[in-house]
Design a protein around this ligand. Structure first.
Ligand code: PLP
Length: 370
């Protein structure tokens, strides 16, 4: 019997407790909670981390996507291409902006949007593409940006799972007109509540998002447009500033753990993550695939190993998106992946023996010579 969770936020807190407690106390003593110096300092630090000119802190990754779409002028009558194999927020943001999500199937090996299928999905209304850097692995940006350029489309990255990832040596934060991050607690960089950010090189988009997050105003009593209340709060910003200082170490630890899993599972019948040679995958999730997903899930769960499925139902088959008119069979690769993927425990504080424990429990499930 083992007890290894899928993520362990407590272990991380204990490793930085003093810094965190001090930063929280500082904000409370200052008694300024919304749009203040912590937020500004975090925005500057995160822009530097992403290699971008601007960062606008917002209330969640979902808000980042929604406001980035509005801030680039996407709205009613527009179509936005994305993957059906992602968290619901990606497609929700498109609908909330008044536009229509158009799904394109994924690549079997990387689980990311397959750029070779993009052209077939274009219409005269297509205005943007949202590549999702799923599990922490960058989407195939060169081919995707070539299509975007040829057809004058905006590219808005969903990097909610991919803080620190890079494509051909370039941080993914600068690959797109705007790139959106989530700091949901379990993400690679997680707040102690909801938080998110939009990064961009485009000062117009940055200004638009900054205004939209705060009720459409630049100044206190002048509302230039109808915006939202989607600001990053000072407590979360202070916590994120502390955690950002540790992020490089945490990402390296994730990569080390992934290599150990790769090695220990190499002879097992499961398919380990394929990593394209030109990318830095930051392993928000370590996802294997197997035809026996349900039985393996149950087996590991019974051994008290934290497993997850990201995601069991592709978005085109979710009731919320039924109105888009897709059906079973519309995106076969996403549908197969949804049946076969399994996420294993992955967080920076994992220890070698725990990874060995997971690998052992997994290999025990498969009888010899399967
Ligand atoms: C987490 C996530 C989001 C949403 O972020 P929240 O901060 O939870 O709103 C969007 N897209 C993807 C791919 C995610 O994993």
């Amino acid at each position: 019997m083992r007890n290894i969770p899928l993520v362990d936020l407590q272990a991380q807190y204990l490793s930085i407790q003093e810094e965190i407690d001090e930063s929280i106390a500082r904000v409370i003593q200052r008694a300024a909670f919304i749009l203040g110096e912590e937020g500004e300092a975090f925005e500057e630090a995160f822009a530097t981390f992403c290699g971008t000119e601007h960062c606008v802190g917002v209330a969640s990754g979902s808000a980042a996507l929604h406001l980035a779409l509005l801030g680039t002028g996407i709205g009613a009558g527009d179509e936005v291409i994305t993957t059906p194999f992602t968290f619901a927020a990606t497609a929700e943001a498109i609908l909330q902006a008044g536009a229509r999500p158009v799904f394109v199937d994924i690549d079997r090996a990387t689980y990311n949007l397959d750029p070779s299928r993009l052209e077939a999905a274009l219409t005269t209304r297509t205005r943007a593409i949202i590549p999702v850097h799923l599990y922490g692995q960058p989407a195939e940006m060169d081919s995707l940006q070539a299509v975007a350029k040829e057809h004058d489309l905006r590219v808005i990255g969903d990097a909610a799972q991919a803080h620190g990832a890079a494509y051909k040596g370039t941080p993914i934060g600068i690959l797109g007109d705007a790139v959106c991050y989530s700091f949901y607690p379990s993400k690679n960089l997680g707040a102690y509540g909801d938080a998110g950010a939009v990064v961009t090189e485009d000062s117009d988009i940055a200004r638009n998002v900054r205004r939209l997050r705060d009720h459409g105003r630049d100044q206190k009593h002048e509302h230039l447009e109808v915006g939202q209340g989607e600001r990053l709060d000072e407590l979360q910003a202070a916590i994120l500033r502390v955690k950002l200082r540790h992020l490089d170490d945490w990402l390296e630890a994730r990569e080390r753990h992934a290599r150990l899993y790769d090695k220990l599972l190499a002879d097992s019948p499961v398919v380990c993550p394929y990593v394209a040679p030109e990318v830095r995958h930051v392993y928000h999730l370590y996802v294997i695939r197997t035809h026996q997903r349900e039985a393996l899930f149950t087996h590991l769960h019974e051994q008290h190993i934290g497993v997850g499925v990201h995601y069991p139902t592709p978005l085109h088959l979710q009731p919320a998106f039924a109105r888009l008119g897709y059906a079973q069979g519309s995106f076969p690769e996403a549908e197969i992946a949804a049946r076969e993927v399994l996420s294993l425990p992955m967080y920076a504080e994992l220890e070698g023996p725990q990874i060995e424990g997971v690998a052992k429990a997994l290999t025990e499930f498969f009888p010899p010579d399967t």
